[in-house]
Design a binder for this molecule. Structure first.
Ligand code: PLP
Ligand code: COI
Length: 342
């Protein structure tokens, strides 16, 4: 299909309305037939569960054009599974993994002109979500739901691409109510907006959140997990916590680090006071890919990461090249990681 006339290299991480999106309604106790629609707007009850009690959850994944010209998604089954856990926790009906992938295939095939070309640096970001659209006035689950999936071509999440960023140690907690930090609930993101704006106003790209209970251990940022590289360049360490989002990128990177790069990997609680001992600090996620951190600002002084503010450190660079190589079909992927759409 003819590509749309878009300057792919100029794209940031923003929303662009594409031609088609997938929609499926749950009502009277079951999912109705789903399908594509060209309507980018939704009309819902003023008393919808999503509007009143933030009963809404989402996912994020990317679709790539590979070196061979195939259109593929990276581990979409894991997004489907995480959305199912989000639905359980928010008392919403679940979409099966098969139905999720079928919606993805339909959506992408209908919007092929928006898939950024191989080598352009841009990708097609997919945003699946489920929300309560029916009226509910007492505090209770909504009587009806919409599962929707749209796509938008995107460039880098952080302005400046892979240049190291400055982040700030936050005074606030990322996750909203106890026990919802590891699901993609809209409410968690709403509760992080205030802290996010505080960081941006102070001139920082993101927040580093600490564990809410003791403010001792590193959690994650507003939209990515952390990875740390030890000074000898041999080990990748990532925080283990029940209250951070189980990043699919991070889980994949740990496999890449071990099996492709021969590095040691460790998932364990990471104290904030250890961070200054690492050589490289990175943020990882679907949107962030791997973005290097050059400095962490705190009220008690700044932590300057040894790899510096000039460019991404050597180990993060190798990790980034390997994972994007796998996603773009330049490097053979582990079994089951790449879902071919067409
Ligand atoms: N942490 C948060 C809070 C996120 O919003 C995201 C993005 O989805 C991630 C981590 C990274 O997760 P993933 O690699 O699955 O995109
Ligand atoms: C993602 O990386 O997909 C995210 O959801 C992070 C942010 C854009 C919310």
């Amino acid at each position: 299909m003819q590509k749309k006339d878009i300057d792919w290299s100029k794209l940031g991480f923003g929303y662009m309305k594409t031609d088609w999106r997938y929609s499926r309604i749950w009502k009277d106790g079951s999912w109705q037939e789903g399908g594509l629609t060209d309507k980018a707007e939704v009309t819902i009850s003023e008393c919808a569960g999503a509007l009143q009690y933030a009963q809404t959850g989402f996912e994020g994944l990317k679709v790539y054009e590979t070196k061979k010209g195939e259109i593929v998604a990276f581990r979409p089954d894991l997004n489907a599974e995480r959305l199912q856990r989000t639905c359980d926790r928010l008392v919403m009906p679940k979409i099966s993994t098969g139905d999720f992938i079928d919606a993805l295939d339909q959506l992408v095939k209908a919007n092929l002109g928006y898939v950024p070309p191989y080598g352009s640096g841009a990708t097609l970001y997919i945003r699946p979500f489920i929300y309560g659209c029916g009226p509910v006035i007492g505090v209770a689950p909504s009587p009806s739901y919409e599962f929707r999936m749209f796509c938008t071509p995107v460039g880098p999440y952080f302005k400046g691409g892979v240049k190291p960023i400055r982040i700030m140690l936050s005074d606030y907690d990322r996750a909203a109510p106890h026990g919802t930090g590891d699901i993609k609930a809209g409410l968690n993101y709403a509760m992080s907006l205030y802290a996010g704006e505080a960081a941006h106003k102070a001139g920082f790209s993101e927040n580093m959140y600490l564990d809410a209970a003791t403010r001792t251990y590193v959690e994650e940022t507003g939209g990515a997990n952390f990875i740390f590289i030890t000074r000898d360049g041999r080990k990748v360490i990532t925080p283990k916590s029940p209250s951070i989002l189980p990043s699919i990128t991070r889980r994949s990177l740990m496999v890449v680090a071990r099996d492709y790069l021969g590095l040691e990997v460790e998932e364990r609680p990471v104290r904030f006071d250890e961070v200054s001992s690492f050589a490289e600090v990175g943020l990882c996620g679907t949107a962030a890919v791997i973005s290097p951190v050059g400095q962490i600002h705190t009220k008690d002084g700044d932590v300057d990461v040894p790899s510096g503010m000039q460019e991404m450190g050597p180990v993060l660079t190798r990790l980034r090249e390997t994972i994007t190589g796998i996603q773009m079909g330049e490097i053979e992927a582990p079994e089951g990681w790449i879902h071919r759409i067409c």
